[in-house]
Design a protein around this ligand. Sequence first.
Ligand code: PEP
Ligand code: MN
Length: 533
Amino acid sequence: MNIILKYWTNDDKAELIALCNAVDRTYLSDRLPNPYTNADADWWLNMVQLNEGKNGVFRAIVVDGKIIGSISVERNAENATEGEIGYMLLTEYWSRGIATEAVSRVCRIVFNELSLDRIVAKVYESNAASFRVLEKNGFGSPVGTEDIKQVVLTPANSNMATPHSPVGAQDIKQVVESDRTEPLRIHSATPLILAGPCSVESEEQILATAQALAKIPEVTMLRGGIWKPRTRPDAFEGRGEEGLKWLREAKRETSLPTVTEVATPEHVELALKYDVDALWIGARTVVNPFSVQQLADALKGVDVPVFIKNPVSPDLNLWLGAFERFQKAGVRQLAAIHRGFSYYKESPYRNFPMWEIPIELTQRLNVPLITDVSHICGNRDLLQATAQKALDLATDGLMIECHINPAEALTDAKQQITPEELKLLFSNLIFRSKNSSNTERDLANLRGEIDEIDAELLQLLARRMEVSAQIGEYKKSNNVTVVQMDRWKKVLTEHIDTGKDLGLSSELITEVFEAIHQASIERQSRILEDGNE
Ligand code: PEP
Ligand code: MN
């Protein structure tokens, strides 16, 4: 069984309401409203957001991808170093060791994060099962004369020091539960900045890069490629497991959470074994639904953030499909990375941005959007302008490849910058407020629509000219004059009337159609004159 303690998010509202209305209330305090309404859930999720990590630790208990309970420890208002624990579980999940495990994990988190010196549980005297759960976790003997007794846990009695079980069982979920620290939370108010080398090349390279990046306040995560998908064989394909050890070392030295690319279930298992905090799925993997499904299956119910890059081809549905596969597998923390698209036309970019595609994605899915400016640009000269454009479109963060010595980089040397250059880039970037940049995002989307309409207009104009040429040929073979004034006047009057119904001025219709008509006449005249068309 796979037990996850997960942060509450607004997306959990429906499940929260269902849980609170289904739970057995025999031993619960009256604090839980009955029935539990939409407004109650709004209040709770808001309260949790305000207090999480400061005055409490609040988690949903997830088993096999479903929220089946809730557990929290809240700082006691009268005694700032004391917290009170509370939990509930759907009845069908009782007596399976879930509460014992959840209490153990949450107490460990609380003592690490809230600097409390005791956790108190208040339990009905008749609730023998709960006393057993608490006792197994080191809580002391019940005290008090009332119906409700108190039991207390202090750090010294808790299982905080229990060593993690050894890793090696070839089961990703087990790796996650036994060896990893608390899952990383990717939703954040400030932009997410994922910086680091294209590839982890050596211990010295990743440590030096990470240490320099850790001094830049905007950087929130350390990226590093461990397995590199290369276009041609015999190129450097990444350091594999050895590189993961160095990446973990870099994390320990800098406290920067880490993120790496995974393309197979084996990669997932190894990355989690070495405590990588978040995973990204590369553009070449997202094109293959078989691979995406394998990765989603491997991550079923595992609470690790997954960033999904766009597929190399400009195919929104393929990108959306990858999200759906992970969502179905119960992966809750998902974000998109826009890294541009392969395109047949020449452009200054390595991968053409086609901004309207990521914008459309975020309108369809409520996920953070990160812009990988390095892989869009392909060279460092375009980074500044492209990063600004991304921020103006209200992206939630940036991925930027940084190397302590880009000239020596084993992969993507042309697009990597030094941490110093990154600092300079940030100093020239304008981080706009979300509201103003939402306007930019809406505008860009509307412009995308205009571009599409213009493209259709052009196709139609071309078709019209083609038919006009065919008429010219016909007139030539049948000796008919090019201009037939009566027909043209009639057609124009009809267009002006239709235009009026559509809210278009007669001036616009006249100008547009006269220009089109004139071009047709010229084309037909040429056909009649030289017959070479
Ligand atoms: C990378 O981020 O190093 C990478 C290989 O990216 P992509 O999948 O976007 O090509
Ligand atoms: Mn790269």
